[in-house]
Write a new protein. Structure first.
Length: 334
C-alpha cells in the first residue's frame, strides 16, 4: 500500500488551512497596526503673520495660516504641532478643552525652534488674556474637564489685562517652557484687590510643569502674581521674574508642588504673604531659589510665607492662622 497517497492529501489540507489562517492573522494584525498609527499620525501646521492666509488648505510651510486661532480651530489631535513663525499675532488664542494629547503624543503649540523666541509675539494688549483655555464643568455633579498633555513653548507673550496665559478648570499634565511674558499691568477686572497674573492654572489643575519662564514687569513694578497656581503635583523651576510687586508664586489648597532653581530680582513681595506664598498646602518643596534686591513692606509680607487657616473658629469668629515666614533684604538662597 502506498502510504503517501493516504497521508499527502491530509497534509496538504492541513498546510493549506494553516497558510490561510496565518494570512488572515497577518492581515488583521497589519490592519490594526495601521489603524493605531493613523489615529496618532502627527501633523505639523505652520502659522506666519506676515505671509500667511487663513484658508481651508493653509498650514503647510509653503502655505502657512495667518492666525494662530484659525490653525488651532482646525481640530488638533494627539501628536499635532502648531509652529508659529516670527511676527506679531494680536489675538486671544482660545484652546478648546477638548484638545487633548497623550503622554507620548502631546499637542504642541510652539514658536519655530530655529527662530528668536522674543520675536514670536502673541500680543494680548486690550484683551483679557493672550492665551486661554477654559475647561468644561461636568453636568449633574460630573467631573470637570480641561486640556491634557498640551505643550506651550518658545514664544513671547504680551500680557492681556487679566492674565498672560490662563488655563482655568481641571487642566492636567501640561507643560509650559521657554516663554517670555511682559506687558504686565493691573488694569484688569479681577475681583477684589487681587493683582493680575502672568500665568494662572486655576480650579483643580494637576501635574502641570512650568520650566524656563521669564517674567518681566515694568520698571515701576507691576502689582502682579507671576504664577497663580491652584494646581497640585506641579512644578515651577528654572524661571525668572523681575520688577514685580506681589507674588512670584501664589499657591492655595494644593499639595505636592515643587519650586526650585528660580530667581526673583528687583521686586517687592507685598501681596498676601510673600514672594512664594503657600496656603493650606502639604508636602511642598521650596529649594535652590535666589532672591536678590527683594523687599517686603512690613512684617506681614515676606520672601517665603507659609500659611494655614484652621477650619475651627476661635474668638470673634475669626479662623486661627499659623504663619512661617522667611524675610530677607539682600540676596538670599532657599
Amino acid at each position: 500500500m502506498d502510504l503517501r497517497r493516504f497521508f499527502l492529501p491530509s497534509i496538504r489540507n492541513t498546510v493549506g488551512k494553516f497558510v490561510v489562517l496565518f494570512g488572515v492573522l497577518f492581515l488583521g494584525a497589519a490592519f490594526f497596526a495601521f489603524q493605531g498609527i493613523t489615529s496618532y499620525a502627527a501633523t505639523e501646521y505652520h502659522v506666519d503673520a506676515n505671509i500667511g492666509v487663513d484658508s481651508a488648505s493653509c498650514g503647510t510651510v509653503a502655505s502657512p495660516c495667518k492666525t494662530i486661532q484659525f490653525t488651532v480651530n482646525k481640530g488638533l489631535v494627539a501628536g499635532d504641532t502648531v509652529t508659529i513663525h516670527a511676527g506679531t499675532y494680536r489675538e486671544r488664542v482660545a484652546i478648546p478643552f477638548t484638545r487633548r494629547g497623550t503622554a507620548s503624543s502631546p499637542i504642541t503649540i510652539q514658536g519655530a525652534p530655529s527662530e528668536n523666541r522674543d520675536g514670536i509675539i502673541i500680543d494680548g494688549t486690550g484683551l483679557t488674556e493672550a492665551v486661554y483655555s477654559a475647561g468644561s464643568v461636568g453636568s449633574g455633579g460630573g467631573s470637570s474637564q480641561g486640556t491634557e498633555y498640551l505643550v506651550l513653548k518658545h514664544f513671547h507673550v504680551i500680557s492681556g489685562s487679566n492674565h498672560g496665559i490662563l488655563l482655568d478648570m481641571e487642566h492636567h499634565f501640561n507643560t509650559l517652557s521657554d516663554i517670555l511674558i511682559d506687558g504686565l499691568n493691573q488694569t484688569g477686572g479681577l475681583t477684589g484687590s487681587k493683582p493680575d497674573s502672568a500665568i494662572s492654572i486655576m480650579n483643580g489643575g494637576n501635574s502641570n510643569t512650568m520650566d524656563g519662564i521669564r517674567i518681566v514687569g515694568p520698571a515701576s513694578q507691576a502689582q502682579v502674581v507671576a504664577f497663580n497656581l491652584i494646581s497640585g503635583n506641579s512644578i515651577v523651576r528654572n524661571s525668572y521674574a523681575e520688577n514685580i510687586r506681589g507674588n512670584f508664586v501664589m499657591s492655595s489648597s494644593k499639595s505636592n508642588n515643587l519650586y526650585e532653581y528660580n530667581e526673583v530680582r528687583n521686586s517687592s513681595c507685598n501681596y498676601d504673604d510673600g514672594c512664594i506664598q503657600v496656603y493650606n498646602s502639604t508636602n511642598v518643596i521650596i529649594r535652590y531659589n535666589v532672591f536678590s534686591n527683594v523687599s517686603s513692606l512690613n512684617d506681614y509680607e515676606a520672601v517665603i510665607g507659609i500659611r494655614r487657616t484652621d477650619l475651627a473658629q476661635r474668638g470673634g469668629g475669626s479662623a486661627q492662622r499659623e504663619y512661617c515666614r522667611f524675610c530677607c533684604r539682600e540676596e538670599q538662597y532657599f
